[in-house]
Ligand binder design. Structure first.
Ligand SMILES: [Zn+2]
Length: 250
């Protein structure tokens, strides 16, 4: 959950960092998403990782003219202010409930300081992209330097978009992955060549485990929903990080 210090900082309305800006954009945009996407679920437990490593919408998906509501424009302005490279992508729908609106491709630049996402250039709801970028810069990279003594070069993820229900059930509520609003982070590659994985390093009293637990805890104050191996066995190999309202944190 958000630390008392962070909550107090938000409540005090101090200088707006881009973390706070991203959170504010999340609140605004999530309200908007809730309006635009009738099937938007409450940010409760997602219980299944995407079934394939990085799924983009299938070719049969119907692209729609891109809508740019105020919240999306504000979010894209935030990404630009953060110095991130991104490309807006057209709104699209696939199947009965997979509707992606206000999404971007977060792209890498040569010689960028931010850790790269692998697979590269994932399509993410803009709000998720802003939260991932915030968590990466303010939490993941400093934690790696502090605890592991190295920089994070790469964040390995299992996927963002997947047109499916939670737990792949035929009947059930759509997963946040069906809106490109969640990413499953599996591990990190460090500047000294080390690889840290959720599957292999979560347990125990090692620097790697402390790093993973710290960034999970920090994710809880950035994302609407954060699920880790502490939640259930299905999340034993990744952190499910989902943009949205609320603070569901396990
Ligand atoms: Zn997930």
């Amino acid at each position: 959950m958000a630390s008392p210090a962070r909550r107090a900082e938000n409540q005090a309305g101090r200088l707006m960092t881009w973390r706070q800006g991203a959170v504010a954009a999340t609140l605004t945009g999530s309200t908007l998403l809730g309006t635009l996407v009738a099937c938007t679920p409450l940010p409760l437990a997602d219980t299944q990782a995407p079934t394939s490593p990085y799924q983009q919408p299938a070719g049969a998906a119907q692209a729609a003219p891109r809508q740019a509501p105020a919240a999306v424009q504000a979010c894209e302005a935030k990404l630009a202010a953060m110095g991130l490279n991104f490309r807006p992508v057209a709104d699209r729908s696939e199947g009965e409930f997979c509707r992606v609106t206000g999404a971007v491709l977060l792209t890498d630049r040569p010689n960028q300081l931010d850790a790269r996402l692998s697979p590269a250039n994932p399509m993410m709801a803009c709000l998720l992209a802003a939260e991932v970028a915030t968590w990466r810069r303010e939490d993941v990279e400093p934690a790696a330097r502090e605890i592991l003594g190295a920089d994070v070069r790469q964040i390995d993820h299992l996927g963002v978009y997947a047109c499916r229900n939670v737990n792949n059930q035929v009947d059930g509520r759509p997963s946040a992955h069906a809106r490109a609003a969640a990413i499953d982070v599996a591990g990190f590659r460090l500047s000294d060549g080390r690889q840290i994985t959720v599957a292999g390093d979560w347990h125990g009293d090692t620097p790697a485990a402390r790093f993973l637990h710290q960034i999970r805890d920090q994710a809880c104050s950035v994302f609407g929903t954060t699920l880790s191996p502490d939640y259930n066995a299905i999340h034993s190999d990744h952190l499910h990080l989902e943009a949205g309202l609320g603070r569901f944190c396990r």
